[in-house]
Design a binder for this molecule. Structure first.
Ligand code: ADP
Ligand code: MG
Length: 880
């Protein structure tokens, strides 16, 4: 292959140099290279030395990253948060109070410090998550590109392409640099990124191609004329700055929730101002001097600020970012590379998976297992027997290659064709010898729409056509009509069937009206051993699996039966499916289990029909034509190994190992993510509500506020940033796949969660008020009482963290699955002790004795008893 490509390049080099003036006048908008580059580098591909030379001259194929918002600006933006502004007001208020009452400014400093700490922690967690996404984007530049270097083709990362490289492109590849085509065979490119025109553009030799566009048909060889920032894409990119990521549905839901709760906080804050003022001015001894009046109003305002600070859950949407980043990392390690963040979330609510067959359900190790001829035979001269014709057809009418790699036979290209080559190889036939002896004049490549491939060659100044493809399609072109009955047996044994035919071209070069049938082969592709299990898990999880394949209905049904996808549903073929009206299609899709003989467009129709029925659809795809289906599906899954760049670019998740069980695991992770956020919500909202109400009630009962502002800020850090990390790292558990998908419109807060939050918060409030009234045992002074109240509240939340790990009646194993939880909870306890023992001045606390600490620890432990009660509630309500 290398040879023929180089030959073609050689001949086109002359015409290119000759036509360079014409090229120059074309308006392609890309940076033109001077003629000397073509002469200097030639079109035979670069050598190791010329690569260095070119890189020195024109640089690397890397785009300068878009202008970023500088880190300090991102950080300052955090201070625009309304809650932080309110806190800044609090800083000023407390400074005024301190000045008025002649106290020290230590409180003010403390609040300021806490505000800075809270924003910094929130900023850092978010910043770290964002870095994970940037790393993903960078990976794109590492896509492999086929180039000719040092005289032979090889694959190098996209960023290593330099000006002068000769690049081999085929359908599905992304164009890695701007340049010109040296060879074009039926080449079509999708330049919609630049023109907005979605129809592919035909490309011929000398046409320009742009980095970032896609080859959608045929093959081509290009000369790289501009790389990196000098490409058109680079010029466009440099004029843009980084956009902000859109929010995911869950983030939006949580935003709304946070909004609602904040309203509640503001109303409470307003009420508290009123209550305190009435208490002071109407009921108590009214303040006399203006300074006194001012000070009372200031105090009321401080109270309001405190209420707002505790009740506004500003960390909710951020928690999603944190857990998405955590989940993304874990999913990638589990072989699904997440390209669009939102997919982590959506994949958990998928209700239907439409999957390819070859490679996803099967191993994609195709072997010829049956054939209509005994053995392949080599002909001397023009083939005479069917066996000789099939041998010639299999060897020549093909784009695959066999290569020895460290003494192992590996196959390159189309796996069906590779199976044929291995079949020849097994019986001692050298396909390369045959290809040399019978060079092709032209080829019409296989695609899953046509389901056939043909090659024309010349012998004795006559031209012949070799055709291979799906049996019924080949048979329809043959006369006399062949007997296909034997083929059905093969198909029923789950074999892919492939037929061969040939014919002589008419003297004017036209294809003959009928072909001569030569025979067929049956190709076996074993089902992956772990697929039936994964299909069953999906079914148990309320997810239907449907197979979409280009294979015959018999083969498809046989495999679908083996994998458990086909049970009692419908099998249809693409042509039948396409004929239906939209309505009819919607009616039958729920029963449809196998769609055979389908074209890529059918996949899109299927996705749309399912979505119209309200399903959340995941679809797999590898081919260039699969892109529309991948883009339209709720979750597009592209193949990492067999997939084309186009398919990958259109997808949300890339399956690194192409296999179906990986999809099932991705669903599992998606569900775990959702549940983890629910865990976090229970934890945060319990603190929110109990702290806010305690703060609200205590002045009504005539007690001083239970927490100071600084104490509340620490509680805020626990519930916003730390808890998200602790609870969102929970590992997925099997029970997640035993229940139906959660509808997308469902509220994140389930009745169970409401119950759990309200019960726990209520217990905190009742116990808290009781403690205020009766005083805490073992605490001697009022200062110790106040300190113990604050410490007890925090430690009780730590115990409640354990309750929150359990959800919906299931508690994960104590020490397995989430070490982060223990680290964070340990950290909270440690810091709490430090605060109390040493933070006295700022946090308004006094040191406690070890005995008193033990009392607090054990005294709050009964919080754990809430869990069995919650589980009981869950089981009861589930039965109802
Ligand atoms: P799928 O990817 O769903 O397994 P394909 O679209 O690859 O199905 O193939 C559909 C049919 O086209 C196959 O059943 C086979 O008969 C035929 N076919 C597959 N590969 C080739 C090829 N390289 N040349 C000719 N025909 C082929
Ligand atoms: Mg295929």
């Amino acid at each position: 292959m290398t040879c023929s490509v180089l030959l073609k390049i050689d001949s086109s080099l002359q015409s290119i140099c000759h036509n360079f003036e014409i090229l120059r006048r074309h308006e392609y908008g890309i940076t033109m290279i001077p003629t000397q580059d073509l002469e200097r580098f030639g079109t035979d591909g670069l050598s190791s030395e010329t690569v260095l030379e070119s890189r020195k001259l024109y640089g690397k194929n890397e785009l300068t990253p878009p202008k970023r918002i500088p880190v300090w600006k991102q950080y300052l933006e955090k201070y625009q948060d309304p809650i932080i502004r309110i806190l800044l007001v609090a800083v000023v208020l407390s400074a005024l109070v301190a000045l008025l009452e002649g106290e020290s400014l230590i409180d003010t400093l403390g609040i300021a410090l806490a505000v800075i700490l809270a924003t910094t922690i929130a900023f850092l967690t978010e910043f770290r998550s964002n870095r994970a996404f940037d790393a993903l984007n960078a990976m794109r530049e590492d896509t492999g590109v086929k180039v000719i270097r040092d005289g032979s083709p090889g694959s190098i990362p996209m960023r290593d392409i330099v000006v002068g490289d000769v690049i081999l492109l085929e359908a599905g590849d992304m164009v890695p640099a701007d340049g010109y085509l040296l060879v074009a065979a039926e080449t079509e490119a999708d330049e919609s990124a630049f023109t907005g025109e979605s129809e592919p553009v035909k490309k011929i030799v000398q046409d320009s191609v742009l980095k970032g566009s896609y080859i959608t048909g045929g093959r081509a060889t290009m000369f790289a004329a501009a790389v990196g920032d000098r490409t058109k894409m680079g010029q466009i990119a440099s004029s843009l700055t980084e956009g902000t990521r859109p929010e995911t549905p869950l983030q939006i839901k949580l935003h709304d929730l946070a909004h609602l709760i904040s309203k509640f906080g503001y109303i409470m804050a307003g009420l508290i101002i009123g209550v305190v003022l009435i208490q002071d001015f109407v009921i108590g001894v009214p303040p006399q001097t203006p300074i006194e009046i001012f000070s009372v109003i200031l105090h009321a305002c401080m109270f309001a600020v405190v209420i707002i600070v505790v009740s506004v859950p500003e960390g909710l949407p951020v928690s999603v970012t944190v857990s998405l980043a955590l989940t993304m990392g874990k999913m990638t390690r589990a072989k699904s590379l997440v390209r669009r963040l939102i997919a982590c979330e959506t994949v958990g609510s998928v209700t239907v998976i439409c999957t390819d067959k070859t490679g996803t359900l099967t191993m994609n190790q195709m072997e010829v297992a049956a054939s209509s001829v005994e053995v392949p035979e080599i002909s001397s001269g023009l083939p005479k027997t069917p066996s000789e014709w099939i041998t010639l057809n299999a060897a020549v009418n093909s784009t695959a290659e066999l290569e020895y790699h460290e003494d192992r036979l590996i196959t390159v290209g189309n796996s069906t064709e590779a199976a044929l080559l291995r079949w020849l190889h097994r019986t001692g036939v050298s396909y390369t010898d045959i290809r040399h002896a019978w060079p092709s004049i032209s080829q019409d490549f296989f695609n899953s729409k046509k389901k056939q491939m043909s090659t024309i060659f010349e012998y004795d100044s006559k031209r012949y056509i070799l055709v291979k493809g799906a049996p019924e399609i080949v048979a329809a072109r043959c006369s006399p009509a062949p007997d296909l009955s034997n083929l059905h047996h093969l198909a029923q044994r789950a074999m892919r069937t492939l037929a061969f035919a040939h014919g002589e071209l008419k003297p004017d070069g036209e294809e003959p009206s009928t072909l001569i049938w030569d025979g067929y082969v049956g190709i076996r592709d074993e089902v992956r051993p772990d697929v039936p299990e994964a299909v069953k898990t999906c079914n148990d999880a309320g997810i239907t699996v449907k197979m979409v394949t280009g294979d015959s209905p018999e083969t498809a049904t046989a495999i679908a039966r083996e994998t458990g996808i086909f049970r009692d549903g419908k099998v249809m073929t693409g042509p039948e499916f396409r004929e239906l009206s939209d309505e009819k299609r919607r009616d039958i899709v729920s029963d449809l289990q196998v769609l055979a003989r389908s074209e890529p467009h059918d996949k899109l129709l299927l996705v749309k029909a399912l979505q119209a029925n309200g399903e959340v659809v995941a679809v797999t795809g590898d081919g260039t034509n699969d892109a529309p289906a991948l883009r339209n599906a709720d979750v597009g899954l592209a193949m990492g190994i067999a997939g084309t760049e186009v398919a990958r670019e259109a997808s949300d998740i890339i399956l690194l190992d192409d296999s179906f069980p990986t999809i099932e695991r991705a669903v599992w992770w998606g569900r775990a993510l959702y549940e983890n956020i629910q865990r976090f919500l229970i934890f945060q909202l319990t603190i929110n509500i109990s702290a806010a109400i305690l703060t609200f009630i205590s002045p009504l009962l005539g007690f001083p506020p239970p927490f100071t502002i600084i104490q509340l800020l620490w509680i805020n850090i626990i519930m916003d940033s730390l808890a998200a990390l602790a609870l969102c790292s929970e590992a997925p558990h099997p029970a997640l796949m035993n229940r139906k998908p959660i509808p997308r419109t469902a509220s994140v807060i389930t009745p169970y969660m409401k119950f759990s939050i309200l019960i726990t918060a209520m217990i905190y409030i009742v116990v808290g008020i009781t403690c205020m009234i009766t005083g805490l045992p073992f605490m001697e002074t009022p200062e110790q009482q106040a300190t113990a109240f604050f410490a007890g509240f925090v430690i009780a939340q730590v115990w409640n963290g354990f309750n929150c790990r359990g959800i919906n009646g299931i508690m994960p194993p104590l020490f397995r699955g989430n070490p982060v939880f223990f680290v964070i909870m340990g950290l909270i306890v440690g810091i709490q002790i430090l605060i109390v023992q040493y933070g006295g001045e700022i946090f308004d606390t006094v040191p406690l004795t070890p005995l008193q600490w033990i009392v607090i620890g054990i005294g709050t432990m009964p919080v754990l008893l809430i869990w069995p009660f919650l589980r009981f509630y869950h089981q009861r309500t589930k039965k109802l």
